[in-house]
Write a protein that binds this ligand. Sequence first.
Ligand code: BTN
Length: 254
Amino acid sequence: MEIINPFNTPIYKFESIDSTNKYGKELCKDNVENGTIILAESQTNGRGRLGNSWDSQKGKGLYYSIILHVKSSPNPHLITLFMSLALTDLLKDYSINAKIKWPNDILIDGKKVCGILSELIIKPHGRFIIVGIGVNLYQNLSDFREELKHKATSITLNTGSTIIKNFFINSLNTYIYEYYNHFLRGDFKEFLLKYKDRSSLLNKEICVRVHDNMINGIVKGFSDNGNILIETKDRVLSLNGGEVTLRDTYKRSI
Ligand code: BTN
C-alpha cells in the first residue's frame, strides 16, 4: 500500500538511519516544506525524551517524524499534546482504549505503547517543530529489554493481530493533518478538554522530577499552554516539563 502525505509534501524513507528526528533537524537548515515526513525501518540511535534512547529494531516498530511549520504561534509545544490526541484517536480505530501520560506518552493499561519527542527549531527562515513518533507495533514480550518488560507494550500484544503498517501510517497522517489544522485555527478549549479526558494522571498522586527537585502532588488539570497543574501541600504549581511517576509506583521502586 502506498503511503500518502495529506500535506502533499515529501516523504523520505530509509532502511536504517541514526534518528529520523535528527534527519529532520538537518532538513530544517533549508526551507523544508510543511508536513515533510521521515520514515525509517530501523534507527541506530533512536532518541527519546529527557536524554533517553528509543529502541528501534527493524520489523518491530514505527519510527516516524514529521516537520510542521509553527510560524508565530505563541504555544508551539501545544502541538505535541494535539499529536497525543491524534495517536489515541488512531488507536481507538483498532479498538484500543489508550491513555495519555502527560506530556505525551501513550499508555495501554499503564504500559507505554508510543512515545513522542517534539523538538522546536528556530531559524532565521522559519519556526518548525519536529514531531518524532515511535510506536511499538509488533513486539512480543521477549522483544523488550528486561527493564522494559513490565512497562512497555505493543499493538500486537494488545490486539493479538499483526496490523498493516502502511495503513496505520496513512491513518496517522490523516489524524495529524486534521489536528494540525485545528491547532492553526486556535481551537484549543475543546481539545484540552479531550486531552484531560484521556489523561492517565488526572486526580492521581504523582511525583515529578524537575532537574534535581522532586515535587509531590495531585494532578488537577492542564493549562491552556499545555502545562500540568499540580496541587502540592501549599499551592498549585504549573509545570512545563519534567519526568512524572505515579506516587504508588514511585513508592514501590524506592
Ligand atoms: C519518548 O517517549 O521518550 C519519545 C520517544 C520518541 C521516539 C521517536 S522514534 C522516531 C523519532 N526519531 C527519534 O530519534 N525519536 C523519535
